[in-house]
Write a protein of this length. Sequence first.
Length: 138
Amino acid sequence: MAFLGYTIQQAAAIHQALVKEHLKPDADWPHLLKLITDKMYEVTSPETANQEIVYAGDVKSRLKKLVKALNDTVQAHKELGEVLQWSLDDQLLNVPLVRDGYSDEWRTTVRCLLSSDQFPLALNAMRQAADLAAAQHR
């Protein structure tokens, strides 16, 4: 069953329960209601209904592995040196996903992100996202 959102009465009841129990007394209610609503959509969506439950410790462990892999990849890319990095850049146009994917704009963006001067930055952005996701799942 899909979550259709809260009625005005349901939202008021949630707010009243939080106030009565002195939970989050100084919280920004519209923002808090949005967070609660978003989480309800997430946990009741058909896309997540059949997914495994991942506990906080496992989330942290998995994200740590990803961060390590990203850091190792950045280091390995650096150790290639400029000549081999340029060779990779030259071959990007021969990769089917990059050559044939979606639209011209999409292909240009992917080539830019994967080019030697941007690749470490793109991986660093993903590492930062993994760090933020790990912090969120405390």
